[in-house]
Design a protein around this ligand. Structure first.
Ligand SMILES: [Fe+2]
Ligand SMILES: [Fe+2]
Length: 195
């Protein structure tokens, strides 16, 4: 990986700098880099929060990911204080930064529909597999793999995973509501590209 690619990824996702463990931070950067190289989007910034509806939304996966990271950081602190908990900040941040990394490989930049890989493994499950491939701890793979209400095979078993799952949903749905977008309708209009 070239230094400029590494710097670019860290600049795209500022929460990476907050990860305390050097090994985890490096593997998170590498996971984004490899996802970018394995997919066919020219830039990481080109993927939408929901690619099949890209004609209807201007909401990028990078913006969405950063919003989820910030929500998780702040809610994590609130929850830790309220319940006197010790959360693993690295697991929470790494999981939030990578929760939608697999969108780079499950979606096809040309069609906006699923790739061959995306048809083999669903969203979230694919992301968890990609985290494991990088050698990230299982706790982080769990945060990623359990984040989706629709695709995750099992619910969260840790508070870090619970935070990412619910705040991802709140952030994305709040975006769509604030824009007056009816996602059910948009999904229906995207038929043919709808996974
Ligand atoms: Fe997701
Ligand atoms: Fe998400």
């Amino acid at each position: 990986m070239r230094q400029e690619d590494r710097d670019h990824i860290v600049n795209l996702f500022p929460s990476i700098r907050q990860i305390g463990d050097d090994g985890i931070r490096e593997k998170v950067i590498r996971a984004w880099y490899n996802a970018w190289k394995q997919g066919n989007f020219p830039r990481i910034e080109d993927v939408h929060q929901f690619e099949p509806a890209r004609d209807h939304i201007a909401y990028t996966n990078v913006d969405h990911t950063n919003q989820v990271c910030r929500a998780c950081e702040q809610m994590g602190e609130i929850l830790a204080a309220l319940l006197n908990l010790r959360l693993n900040r690295d697991y929470l941040l790494a999981g939030a930064v990578l929760h939608d990394v697999d969108k780079m490989v499950i979606f096809d930049a040309r069609s906006g529909g699923l790739t061959e890989r995306g048809r083999r493994l669903p969203h979230a499950v694919m992301g968890a597999a990609m985290a494991r491939e990088e050698g990230l701890p299982e706790e982080i793979a769990h945060v990623i793999g359990a984040h989706s209400f629709k695709y995750s095979p099992a619910p969260p078993s840790t508070i870090e995973a619970l935070l990412v799952r619910h705040l991802d949903h709140v952030v994305a749905q709040s975006y769509y509501l604030s824009k007056g977008l009816d996602m059910e309708k948009i999904l229906a209009q995207s038929t043919g590209r709808n996974p």
